[in-house]
Design a protein around this ligand. Structure first.
Ligand code: ASP
Length: 311
């Protein structure tokens, strides 16, 4: 049996430090730790990487502090529309969903698409019909709406600032299990002030995530419009596969790929088949946590904490 490792993220963003006071930072760290434990316990018991990434992401989807599932950002019409993807590094199968308004755990629907559907990606009403056919219950749309996100939305529409809105977060996980399998999952409510029907990178394979047992598992966060165009997750894969970069170096280069033309926030978590951990961002906030077999868990909200930890 090999070692097991789980890395998760709760979003990378450049923000005024005053928007995350110490009490909020503490709550975020607790939420990250809880999600890490939910996934890591599965790996520790000999469970598979896919189950671990799904459990970790579900925990953050259920936690209103994170922008995924409940607590997702409102679109300009005041609705929460979510999306997610999951990929199995063993089989190279994946499932993705977008435009969801009634699904409690988008990551679990993405997994059902991967395992029970002849397609790899379902959207909106079709995705919700498929959820019903698989016995997943639908939620009232109000379940997803938190007061905090409602206030942010009201500010945006009152100030007619939608075009300049830049708040965003996402959650994601990558895992290596004892059997040598890698997997990734990513899930988001998208970006503040988004148009109805906007699809981000979190459900796009190669943008918001990628997994291949032989090379790496990657989940990304940041400005989806540029991450999907730069193919950030696939870039990590390609740098490792074809240029033989270490996972740390691959993540470091991918976080900058085409940054001159595609400017915006980017964050990456990545794991290689040996269980080496990479966490990179070009933002001052990178909410993340990881646990490696036999070591203490590590949790961070600020990039500074990461730099201290990895130096
Ligand atoms: N990438 C997500 C999106 O654009 C947001 C984020 O990761 O912060 O929907």
């Amino acid at each position: 049996m090999g070692k097991c490792v789980l890395i998760i993220h709760g979003g990378a963003v450049n923000t005024d430090p005053a928007t995350i006071p110490p009490e909020k930072e503490e709550k975020l760290k607790q939420g990250l730790k809880q999600a890490l434990m939910a996934g890591y316990e599965i790996l520790e018991r000999g469970g598979v990487a896919l189950d671990a990434v799904e459990a970790a992401v579900k925990s953050m989807e259920d936690n209103p502090l994170f922008n995924a599932g409940r607590g997702g950002m409102f679109n300009i019409n005041g609705e929460v529309e979510t999306e997610s993807s999951i990929m199995d590094g063993a089989t190279l199968r994946g499932g993705a969903v977008s435009g969801l308004k009634l699904i409690k755990n988008p990551v679990s629907l993405a997994r059902l698409v991967m395992e029970k559907c002849k397609h790899s990606f379902l959207t909106a009403e079709g995705a919700q019909e498929f959820a019903l056919s698989q016995g997943l219950p639908l939620q009232d749309p109000n379940y997803f709406k938190t007061d905090e996100q409602r206030d942010e939305w009201l500010e945006i529409i009152q100030e007619a600032e939608a075009e300049h809105a830049n708040k965003h977060d996402t959650v994601g996980a990558v895992a290596l299990d004892m059997h040598g399998n890698l997997a990734m999952a990513t899930s988001t409510g998208g970006i503040e002030g988004k148009l109805r029907g906007r699809v981000g990178d979190s459900c796009i394979f190669g943008g918001g995530g990628y997994a291949n047992n032989e090379v790496c598992a990657v989940s990304t966060t940041g400005d989806g419009e540029i991450i999907m165009l730069a193919g950030v997750a696939h870039e990590v894969y390609a740098l490792r596969k074809y240029k033989k970069r270490s996972i740390t170096q691959a993540a470091r280069e991918a976080v900058e790929v085409y940054a001159d033309k595609l400017q915006g926030d980017r964050g990456i978590i990545a794991l290689d088949p040996e269980g080496n951990v990479a966490i990179e961002s070009n933002t001052n906030v990178m909410r993340c946590a990881y646990q490696v077999d036999g070591e203490e868990p590590f949790v961070a909200v600020w990039k500074e904490e990461l730099e201290q930890h990895f130096k």
